[in-house]
Design a protein around this ligand. Structure first.
Ligand code: GLC
Ligand code: GLC
Length: 814
């Protein structure tokens, strides 16, 4: 069953039934001001940091779910009936309900009793505000008198504190109301220089800023007393819960349409110009008023919306493909790309599953996110990589996370996740391949954010590599530390205390437990680093990296191979994990996927065997699970992984982040059919028809789909903010379609399904537009390329020597 449909032409997903299995959200904003918005107008907004600068309230874990949002109510002032055009919070039965989630905007609307209303929500580029454009049309044969109420609930900035520190917070709320604008200024009198505002373009018949006055006692947002009465009370909040609510009265002739613009925004004043008059406690509004006035004008709002459209048009235009598969096209051309930008912007902070008060930016997560967005925002990717590297420790180790506001490593979580540093090499390498900007390697970059410790970025890469080499275990495999990619495989933790963090508790000295996955990652990173070194003519150094890689491959072959697949790890007692000798957890995806992706075992049959074992033991119709058999009980020596019930999360769930590793591995063996088959199994669009089971949004990837051991096999969770976005994008674009960035230029090496006659694509790359067409003439993966009509040798298209800006590349697959 579906709850809507794709509108590919407009790059929208159109939800036509409001009671989706979960809130189906979208993101507003792309630079500093952000919001999440659900299909029924739920969600919240924040400036830069979802924890520390939360503008509006949202109630996670609420019943009914998805409570708190950008709510509009309409009231028929004759019949006194009121409803919400976005369905929530009143939940009236609506006609023609639709929610169009598009690129950086959402339009929600419906018709009720002949009154049609739509609200378009978006954040203009380069502004710290959001616009709600509400359009109301009277479809009745008679005149209508309609009261419009727009409302939000302010958050007292720090979302964590806001949800817990009531003894203080219920006394500090402050607002000002001036000229149809409500200002929320809690703590502005003292140490803050910022405030929020909520403005209406049409004169207000009334307002409310105190929640209880608006809702009435013991009432919820579904039935505000003031809306029911048809009259707001002009309340001024002193303490308690400040809100913003505007009432605008409209008399509409039959067929008449009116528009109201509401603007919700954030503003910072210079410290010495906070008050007007100086010495008073009144907000100085001289700097903010022109901004508010500008966007309350519908024409300015429309123009800002056009610019937002152009922005996305230009980002998405960098790569577009036309393949025989609609689900591939839709994800590659629209939604997967869009999701990659969301993960880059948000990291893992704010979604329906991430409360915005949890994690900072993950070191490994952020490096992997680069893979999916570096072609769109190379300058921001560069900045992100340098920020990440600046938190690296002098040992080459990494803080597991850093805080976006301070850009410092997070001491609470610390480091010791031994895969972390290697991802920096992959991130920087992806940047170099995309941009050819070698200057990044010379950028002076501190260690542990300490001024004076700066060394060229390149040295950070060297230390990352050495970090692994200096931490090898009894078999010569990399020591795992607190965890590797799998945050929940905690081999040095041995926790028996409820609530203790599996990630930061370490009971063992860490000198025994080893990771075959890190070995695979090391091999891949070592090859990338060697390629970078040799382009810098550091040939001896490059050779030494390749030497270390070759040695690691030998160790993997000797101690990391289980006969039919790669082992996963050795635990603190030196006992195998992910082996046929194990009772549970005999085979894992991470080590098998990544070792083959890194090229281990390609020539001696191990790679093929490992992939066959994945297909046999781990692949399901809903994707490839993490391991089998699932752990059925808690193992002290394994950590959080065995704390999850079988089939969920890292305990044998389908972790969608890992599936593309196997897809890429399959392409390395030339298996286009298998690679694309795996791709389709977790492709959200291809799963749209089973939305009732899948439950999450059909337009973006979820972190996890319940595995076959779970009662809810096939049900997705943790949509949007996951490394799944970048990796699936990278797998389909660079390895299956094979439009691949390399240090030397753009490579075309498709490994596509046998029954595809080919595909076409355009790629803007280093200032040139490549118009690519691939035609299949035989069953294999050998490609012969002609560039502007002349055959070339090899797969890498040379950059045009004569300054041509458009190049045609034709490939024949045989
Ligand atoms: C989450 C984390 C990521 C980790 C993965 C597996 O996605 O953000 O860092 O690799 O879980 O545990
Ligand atoms: C990852 C895992 C999650 C774990 C968390 C701890 O996100 O997916 O299961 O609890 O890491 O940081």
């Amino acid at each position: 069953m579906k709850f809507g449909h794709f509108d590919d032409e407009n790059r929208e997903y159109v939800i036509t039934q409001p009671d989706t299995p979960l809130p189906w959200i979208n993101y507003l904003g792309c630079q500093a001001y952000f919001g999440i918005i659900s299909n029924t107008a739920g969600g919240y907004s924040f400036y830069r940091d979802a924890r520390l600068r939360r503008l509006t309230r949202y109630r996670y874990n609420n019943a009914p779910m998805d409570s708190g949002g950008r709510y509009v109510y309409l009231r028929d002032d004759e019949s006194r009936e009121f409803w919400s055009p976005s369905w929530q919070p009143t939940r009236h039965e609506l006609k023609d309900y639709s929610c169009r989630h598009g690129m950086g905007y959402t339009v929600i609307g419906s018709t009720y009793n002949g009154i049609e209303a739509h609200t378009r929500y978006f954040v203009p580029l380069n502004e710290n505000l959001e616009i709600w454009q509400l359009t109301i049309t009277n479809r009745r044969a008679t005149k209508a008198s309609i009261s419009t109420f727009a409302s939000i609930e302010f958050c007292l900035w720090n979302a964590q504190d806001d949800a817990t520190n009531f003894q203080r917070n219920l006394s500090i709320g402050e607002v000002e109301v001036d000229d149809n604008v409500i200002y929320h200024k809690t703590e502005y009198r003292e140490r803050r220089n910022h405030f929020a505002y909520f403005a209406s373009s049409l004169p207000c018949a009334g307002f409310d800023t105190q929640r209880d006055a608006f809702l009435g006692r013991y009432r919820g947002w579904d039935k505000p007393a003031a809306v029911e009465a048809g009259r707001l009370t002009n309340s001024i909040a002193h303490g308690w819960s400040p809100i913003g609510a505007h009432q605008v009265k409209l008399d509409l002739e039959p067929g008449e349409t009116r528009q109201i613009v509401f603007v919700l925004g954030y503003h910072e004043n210079p410290d010495d110009r906070k008050f007007d008059p100086a010495g008073s406690q009144t907000i100085n509004k001289t700097l903010v008023k022109p901004v508010i006035r500008k966007y309350l004008d519908p024409a300015a709002a429309d123009a800002a919306f056009e610019r937002l459209r152009e922005y996305w048009e230009s980002l998405l235009g960098i790569f577009q493909a036309n393949t025989p598969d609609i689900h591939t096209n839709r994800m590659v051309n629209i939604w997967n790309t869009y999701q990659c930008m969301a993960t880059f912007n948000m990291s893992r902070s704010a979604s329906s599953f991430e409360s915005g008060i949890g994690r900072g930016l993950g070191f490994r997560d952020s490096n992997q996110d680069i893979l999916g967005c570096v072609h769109m925002v190379p300058a921001r990717a560069r900045e992100r990589l340098l920020d990440l590297a600046a938190t690296q420790l002098p040992t080459g180790g990494a803080y597991h996370q850093y805080q976006p506001l301070t850009k410092r490593g997070n001491n609470d979580i610390g480091g010791g996740f031994n895969d972390d540093p290697l991802w920096l090499i992959l991130g920087v390498s992806a940047y170099l391949k995309e941009t050819g900007d070698w200057s990044i390697l010379d950028e002076p970059t501190p260690f542990d954010s300490q001024t004076g410790s700066e060394a060229p970025l390149y040295e950070h890469l060297q230390r990352s590599f050495r970090y692994t080499l200096e931490r090898l275990g009894p078999h010569g495999l990399p020591l795992i530390g607190r965890a590797d990619w799998n945050d929940c495989l905690n081999l040095n933790c041995f926790s028996s205390t409820p609530g203790e963090s599996f990630q930061t508790t370490t009971n063992k000295d860490g000198k025994v437990a080893e990771s075959v996955f890190i070995a695979g990652l090391f091999v891949q990173a070592g090859r990338e680093l060697a390629a970078i070194a040799s382009r810098r003519e550091l040939n001896r150094e490059a050779a030494s990296y390749l030497d270390a890689v070759a040695k690691m491959e030998q160790v993997v072959n000797k101690h990391g191979w289980d006969g039919e697949w790669f082992l996963r790890a050795y635990d603190d007692l030196g006992v195998k994990i992910g082996s046929k000798e194990c009772e549970e957890g005999k085979i894992f995806i991470e080590s098998n996927g990544f070792c083959v992706l890194a090229g281990i075992g390609l020539n001696d049959g191990k790679a093929a065997k490992a992939l066959a074992a994945i297909e046999k033991h781990l692949a399901t119709k809903h994707g490839i699970v993490v391991q089998q058999p699932a752990y059925s009980r808690y193992y002290l020596n394994l950590g959080e992984i065995s704390s999850y019930p079988p089939g969920y999360k890292e305990n044998a769930g389908v972790f969608c982040h890992l599936n593309p590793w196997v897809m890429i591995a399959e392409t390395r063996l030339g298996h286009g059919d298998q690679a694309h088959d795996y791709y389709k199994r977790i492709n959200p669009s291809a799963r749209e028809g089973i939305s009732e089971l899948h439950r999450c949004e059909p337009y973006v990837y979820a972190q996890m789909i319940a595995g076959k051991d779970a009662p809810s096999f096939g049900e997705a969770k943790n949509s949007w903010l996951t490394g799944t976005a970048a990796w699936n994008y990278y797998a389909i674009v660079q390895w299956i379609l094979g439009v691949r960035t390399t240090l030397d230029g753009l490579e075309i090496a498709p490994v596509i399904p046998k029954n595809w006659p080919g595909y076409t694509a355009t790629r803007r790359f280093r200032g040139v537009v490549y118009k690519i067409s691939v035609a299949r003439k035989g069953d294999g993966n050998h490609i012969a390329l002609t560039v502007d009509g002349s055959p070339i040798e090899g797969n890498i298209v040379p950059p045009p020597a004569d300054g041509r800006k458009i190049v045609s590349v034709k490939g024949i697959l045989t």
